[in-house]
Design a protein around this ligand. Structure first.
Ligand code: FE2
Ligand code: FE2
Length: 376
């Protein structure tokens, strides 16, 4: 009895998964195929899409591909983390003398021997993998089959980042699941809805542009793309409030802001970054501390900026919607040297403030001195 098994987070399932499974079913002609979405703890920092919805999307994407599909909630029933060797043991118990075929992406192939108890996998399953163009390694250490042809370089994290950035679902997901994503406002769509209702249209476009640039820079500077994009889209969430509203909001929610009284008197609009970080955390459930810091710091910076903070600070002042003449220069510089771009960005912010005869917050001056000292 041939048992094909395809596990993963599937958050969400994309066209790469569909292509892989289609080809595997064609090549192996299994008697039964188990689709096994991973269980994710709802308490983890990276809050996943509920199991029920990931399963629903899998059914929509895969149904009709074969009569013998089992949409298996094994990992949900187990709860907690399930390792692949445990999945294999479960299938060995469930069927009499099965020949198990484990379907994986090429990315997993070189790493398979690092998985927990890999020998259980190698002894009891044939690994089935799809190749991506340019892949030419041969992991001959275990029993495996390569599917014919090449498979697209798609990932669920890219799909999520795209939706967080743009508020629209990319064509890299199967058409059958698009409505499910919109209907359940997954992957930041509820945030987009809120932003559209609370920000002026230009500010919303600016937020999308910052998210886009932050995403591009994250690839270069080794920051998680989804994290960067999320920080970008949320960084000005509090920008819809007036000065007095921002002051009241900070007082009501006891938001800690350096030089608070001075800022309230001189330039309350500067409070929007702290209010945006509060909204990100309390309104939109962002738990990642670095993301929250980056949002708080995007206007004035700080002396201890993470790479994500630097990316957001620079992206905010040089996103493609910025039309002043140095924006293009800073944007291009950021693609090559983030530290240099940060100095330019801090410089431009100070000059804008001076040119418009506004008060200079000591935090902005501190950042400037810090950057110049570092560059000595
Ligand atoms: Fe801002
Ligand atoms: Fe901004």
């Amino acid at each position: 009895m041939k048992v094909l098994v395809f596990g993963g987070s599937f958050d969400p399932v994309h066209k790469g998964h569909v292509a892989l499974l289609k080809q595997a079913i064609k090549q192996i002609a299994p008697d039964v195929t188990h689709i096994v979405p991973a269980y994710h703890s709802p308490f983890k920092a990276k809050s996943p899409t509920p199991f029920r919805l990931r399963m629903q999307m899998l059914k929509q994407a895969f149904s009709g591909m074969s009569k013998h599909l089992v949409f298996d909630d094994y990992e949900l029933r187990r709860g907690g983390k399930t390792y692949t060797y445990q999945l294999i043991n479960y299938l060995l118990k469930r069927y009499k003398n099965p020949q198990i075929y484990l379907l994986v992406g090429t990315d997993c192939l070189n790493d398979l021997h690092n998985w927990k108890n890999p020998q259980v996998i190698f002894d009891n399953a044939i690994v089935v993998a799809g190749k991506r163009k340019g892949y030419n390694e041969n992991p001959a250490r275990f029993n495996h089959i390569f599917l014919p042809g090449f498979f697209p370089k798609l990932s669920s994290s890219r799909v999520r980042a795209h939706i967080w950035m743009s508020g629209s679902v990319p064509a890299t997901v199967p058409a059958q699941i698009i409505q499910t994503i919109y209907k359940n406002k997954l992957y930041g769509l509820s945030v987009h809805e809120w932003l559209k209702a609370h920000l002026k249209p230009n500010r919303y476009i600016h937020s999308q542009s910052v998210a886009e640039l932050a995403g591009a820079l994250s690839d270069i500077y080794d920051v998680n793309v989804e994290t960067a994009v999320r920080a970008g889209i949320l960084h000005d969430a509090g920008k819809g409030f007036s000065g007095p509203e921002l002051v009241r909001f900070c007082r009501t929610h006891k938001i800690r802001v350096p030089f608070f009284e001075d800022i309230c008197r001189q330039e309350p609009s500067l409070l929007h970054s702290y209010v945006s970080a509060w909204l990100a955390k309390h309104q939109f459930g962002i738990k990642d501390v670095q993301t929250l810091h980056a949002i708080s710091e995007h206007t004035l910076g700080s002396l201890h900026m993470s790479t994500l903070s630097k990316i957001l600070f620079v992206a905010d002042i040089s996103s493609k919607d910025r039309k002043y003449k140095d924006a293009f220069l800073i944007r291009n510089l950021a693609l090559q040297d983030l530290e240099k771009a940060l100095i330019y960005a801090a410089n431009r912010k100070l000059l804008f403030t001076i040119d418009s005869q506004k008060w200079l917050c000591p935090l902005g001056i501190d950042l400037w001195n810090h950057l110049i000292k570092k560059g000595e």
